[in-house]
Design a binder for this molecule. Structure first.
Ligand SMILES: C[S@@+](CC[C@H](N)C(=O)[O-])C[C@H]1O[C@@H](n2cnc3c(N)ncnc32)[C@H](O)[C@@H]1O
Length: 210
């Protein structure tokens, strides 16, 4: 089932969550320690990653970027459909797994980078998404403004978060309003959100156009 909506709301203070690995163990408590190690083993082909690739309505001319790509499932799902599929993640461990699992794909590359400092030129991608990652970004506004910079005019931005109020990884209605407003304030057009039942989870997708 899919629900639609527009929302406007206020943005609370951002939380500093750190940037993954690199010898640090930052991130929301749920992402520390064992969870961070088990994640890429347990979630090899998550339905949320297939969802974003489907919603992005990709074509052979697309150049796509997955921010916080983790082990790269969405990058690999997109690769056969597009010109180039790129993943960015600050975590060494995630990128090692992503590269190992993507060896057979010639149009895939990965870069070690956080959302707020993307190592790409202006206007280079036609679609950018981030799945279950934005809540890790230390500075969401800086990340969203980087997305706008690297997206070509008309390019799509999709943010996927799980609707799970009260959970450290979950989003609630206030979170949807906050991301929607932040995306609009950054300069994205046609910002809207949809809700999707994926297995036993509700996934919220907030989309806008550069
Ligand atoms: C829950 S995992 C999701 C991975 C992948 N998108 C997926 O759906 O399987 C969150 C990812 O966000 C990454 N991350 C943490 N801080 C980040 C930041 N500041 N910018 C971009 N990605 C970040 C983590 O390293 C991790 O790979």
């Amino acid at each position: 089932m899919t629900e639609h909506g527009d929302s406007h709301g206020r943005r609370p203070d951002p939380h500093e969550h750190g940037h993954g690995d690199g010898g640090h163990d930052h991130g929301p408590p749920v992402w520390r320690g064992l969870t961070r190690w088990l994640y890429p083993i347990l979630y090899r082909n998550p339905a949320s990653n297939r969802l974003v690739v489907e919603l992005a309505a990709l074509t052979a001319d697309d150049r796509v970027l997955d921010i916080g790509c983790g082990p790269g499932a969405a990058v690999r799902a997109a690769a056969p459909l597009v010109e180039e599929a790129v993943g960015a993640d600050p975590s060494d461990r995630m990128l090692r797994m992503a590269r190992r699992r993507s060896r057979a794909l010639s149009n895939v590359r990965y870069h070690q980078a956080p959302a707020h400092h993307l190592p790409f030129g202006d206007d280079v991608f036609t679609a950018v998404w981030t799945v279950h990652s934005m809540h890790h970004w230390g500075d969401e506004e800086a990340g969203v403004s980087e997305v706008l910079r690297v997206l070509a005019s008309g390019g799509r931005f999709l943010v996927v978060e799980q609707l799970d109020p009260g959970k450290p990884w979950g989003i609630d209605e206030a979170g949807i309003d906050r991301i929607t407003s932040m995306t609009q304030d950054a300069g994205f057009a046609d910002v809207q959100w949809t809700k999707h039942r994926v297995g036993r989870a509700d996934e919220v997708v907030i989309e806008g156009r550069a």
